[in-house]
Design a protein around this ligand. Structure first.
Ligand SMILES: [Ca+2]
Ligand SMILES: [Ca+2]
Length: 71
């Protein structure tokens, strides 16, 4: 039983590492916008990427990213 609780905890904590959801964390090269490659760090962001990129620049500005809803 204790073992099961431990593995659930490990899965839950590794999940939160994968789901980076703030701009500075996702913008790994620090150029002020989130490219599609950088968006790959967050599955829900990848799914919303096309909708969020309203000017179709292929990157998300801070303003575009502010519409992102983490799920
Ligand atoms: Ca970037
Ligand atoms: Ca854009």
């Amino acid at each position: 039983m204790k073992k099961l609780v431990m593995s659930v905890f490990v899965i839950a904590s590794s999940f939160s590492v994968v789901a980076a959801d703030d701009f500075a964390t996702l913008d790994t090269d620090g150029n002020g916008s989130i490219s599609k490659d950088e968006a790959m760090q967050n599955v829900s962001l990848v799914h919303q990427f096309a909708d969020l990129d309203v000017d179709n620049s292929g990157e998300l500005s801070k303003e575009e990213f502010s519409k992102f809803k983490a799920s």
